[in-house]
Design a protein around this ligand. Structure first.
Ligand SMILES: *Cc1c(COP(=O)(O)O)cnc(C)c1O
Length: 464
C-alpha cells in the first residue's frame, strides 16, 4: 500500500493529513475568519423546526455530503436561524460579547486537543487557567491559596459550590449529632433559578428570605433564617448582581453575621461579580473577601466565549474533598498531589475552557477590561437618566450595574410582545419583555462595549 492509498483508506480518511482534510480545515478557518472579523453580522432570528427541516434537508446519510455542502448548510441555513448573541443590540437575558482575542484563541483550544481535567495530561493549560483564577481571587479579596476550576456555567458552578458546602457541614458536624431535618440553603427570594435547581438536584430545601422594594438581601432577614434553622443551614447565598435587575445584595452586612454564626458564604456573581473589577462599582462589593466560595461567568460580562464559569473556593481543599472521583483507572491521578481541575466540581473530562479568557487577559491587560466593563455601567446610568426624562416611560429601579428595567405607561404584556417582535423583525434590536411582581416591563442588559447611547435612544423612540 502506498502512502496515498493509506491516506485514502476509509478507516483513516477522517484523520490523516490529505488533500481533503487540508481543504476542510481551510474552508472552516476561512469561514471562522470571516465571522470573527465581520462588523455587520445581522441579528438574525429563529426559524420553525418545519422550515429548518425543509430547507436544510437531510444532511446525514451513509456516504456523507462533503464539507462544502455541509458548511453551506451551516452558513446559509443554520447560522441565520441563530440570534447573534454578540450583536451590540442584543439586549435580552444576559448578552455575550467575547473579545476578538478570546474567540480566536478558542479555535486554538479545539485545534490542540487539550485536556484540562488533570495536571498529568494538561499541566501547561492548567497552570494558565490557575493564573487567571488566582488573579480573579485576588481581585475579589480572597486570600492567597484560593482557587478552583472553570466549569460550564453558573448553574454547575453554584451546584458544585453548594455540594462542597454540604460536605463541609457534614465534616464540621461529624463529632456532634446530625441535626434533625433536612439541609437548608438560605438565599434571597430573588436569587437565580439555578439555586433552586441545585437544591432539587441535592434534595435539600431553600429558606427564601423576603426582600424589600429595592430587591437587596440584607443581614436581618438572613439572621432570622440562621436562627430558625441552626445547624441545618449548609450555606447562605448572596447574589452580587441579580439577573433580572443587576441588584447587589448587602454582602458586607451578611458577611458580618459570620462573627455571630458559623456558616458557609457563597457568592453567586455569575453576571455581576465582574463589576467588582471597575472602580465605578467596586464599593458595592465590600464583604466578598469573606466568601467561602464564589462564581463568576466569564461568558457573560468578562468577554469570553461560551461556555465558562469561574468557581473559586476560599480553601480549595473543601472543593476537593467533595468532588474527587475515585476509580481504579484514575488511581494515577488521585494518588498524586498535583492540582487536577476535575477534583473541584461536578465533572471529570473537561476542555480547558478558561484559556480563551487567559489569552485575552494576557493580550490586552486587565486595564482594558476595567474600561470595557465601566462602559456598560456608565451607559446604563445614562440611558436610565434618559428614560427618567422621557414622558410615558418609568424606571422600575435605578440601575446598580448594567441592567435597566423600565415600563411604558399604559402598556399590557401584549403591547410589549408586539413591540419586541417588531424590533426583531426589523432587525433593529433583540429586547424581550420581562416582568416584575406580575407587571410586564422592558429590560436592557448592556454587556457589549460596542453598544451606544444612540442605539438605545433609537429603541426608546419606537415606544412612543
Ligand atoms: C446566569 C446566571 C446564573 C446561571 O449561569 P449559567 O452560566 O447560565 O448556568 C446563575 N446566577 C446568576 C445570578 C446568573 O445571572
Amino acid at each position: 500500500m502506498t502512502l496515498d492509498d493509506a491516506q485514502n483508506a476509509p478507516h483513516t480518511r477522517m484523520h490523516s493529513v490529505s488533500e481533503e482534510t487540508r481543504r476542510i480545515v481551510d474552508q472552516v478557518l476561512d469561514y471562522s475568519r470571516r465571522r470573527m472579523l465581520a462588523d455587520d453580522t445581522p441579528l438574525d432570528h429563529a426559524a420553525t423546526a418545519a422550515d429548518l427541516k425543509r430547507i436544510a434537508g437531510t444532511t446525514i446519510n451513509e456516504d456523507g455530503i462533503g464539507a462544502s455542502r455541509t458548511l453551506a448548510v451551516f452558513e446559509h441555513v443554520l447560522a441565520p436561524a441563530c440570534i447573534t448573541t454578540d450583536h451590540p443590540q442584543f439586549l435580552s437575558f444576559i448578552p455575550s460579547a467575547p473579545s476578538k482575542a478570546a474567540v480566536a484563541f478558542d479555535l486554538v483550544v479545539s485545534a490542540s486537543a487539550l485536556y484540562g481535567g488533570s495536571w498529568l495530561e494538561g499541566a501547561g493549560v492548567v497552570h494558565a487557567e490557575n493564573e487567571v483564577l488566582a488573579w480573579l481571587a485576588a481581585e475579589f479579596g480572597l486570600p492567597l491559596g484560593a482557587g478552583g476550576v472553570f466549569v460550564q456555567g453558573g448553574t454547575i458552578g453554584n451546584l458544585s459550590a453548594l455540594v462542597a458546602a454540604r460536605e463541609h457541614a457534614r465534616v464540621r458536624l461529624a463529632e456532634r449529632d446530625a441535626p434533625d431535618g433536612r439541609w437548608i440553603v438560605v438565599c434571597s427570594a430573588e436569587a437565580h433559578s439555578s439555586i433552586a435547581s441545585a437544591a432539587r438536584v441535592m434534595d435539600i430545601d431553600l429558606a427564601l428570605v423576603p426582600v424589600g422594594d429595592d430587591g437587596v438581601l440584607r443581614a436581618p432577614g438572613v439572621r432570622t433564617a440562621l436562627e430558625e434553622h441552626g445547624d441545618r443551614v449548609i450555606a447562605v447565598v448572596a447574589t452580587t448582581g441579580s439577573t433580572n435587575f443587576g441588584v447587589v445584595d448587602d454582602v458586607a452586612g451578611i458577611a458580618e453575621l459570620k462573627d455571630e454564626h458559623d456558616f458557609w458564604l457563597h457568592i453567586d456573581g455569575a453576571y455581576g461579580l465582574t463589576a467588582m473589577l471597575s472602580p465605578l462599582t467596586r464599593g458595592l462589593y465590600a464583604g466578598v473577601e469573606r466568601a467561602d466560595s464564589l462564581i463568576v461567568d466569564p461568558h457573560k460580562w468578562m468577554f469570553a466565549p461560551y461556555d465558562a464559569c469561574a468557581l473559586i473556593y476560599r480553601d480549595p481543599e473543601t472543593g476537593r474533598r467533595a468532588h474527587t472521583q475515585h476509580a481504579e483507572y484514575l488511581d494515577t491521578l488521585t494518588e498524586a498531589d498535583d492540582w487536577s481541575p476535575s477534583d473541584y466540581a461536578v465533572q471529570l473530562t473537561r476542555r480547558p475552557r478558561g484559556l480563551p479568557l487567559w489569552f485575552s487577559l494576557a493580550t490586552y491587560g486587565a486595564g482594558v477590561y476595567r474600561e470595557a466593563i465601566g462602559h456598560s455601567i456608565t451607559l446604563a446610568r445614562e440611558i436610565a437618566d434618559e428614560i427618567d426624562r422621557r414622558p410615558g416611560l418609568t424606571l422600575v429601579r435605578d440601575p446598580q450595574l448594567s441592567v435597566v428595567v423600565f415600563e411604558r405607561d399604559g402598556w399590557e404584556r401584549a403591547d410589549y410582545n408586539r413591540w419586541s417582535d417588531r424590533l426583531l423583525a426589523d432587525q433593529q434590536a433583540f429586547v424581550v419583555p420581562s416582568s416584575h411582581r406580575g407587571r410586564p416591563n422592558a429590560r436592557f442588559a448592556i454587556i457589549s462595549p460596542l453598544t451606544t447611547f444612540e442605539q438605545l435612544t433609537a429603541i426608546l423612540d419606537t415606544m412612543a
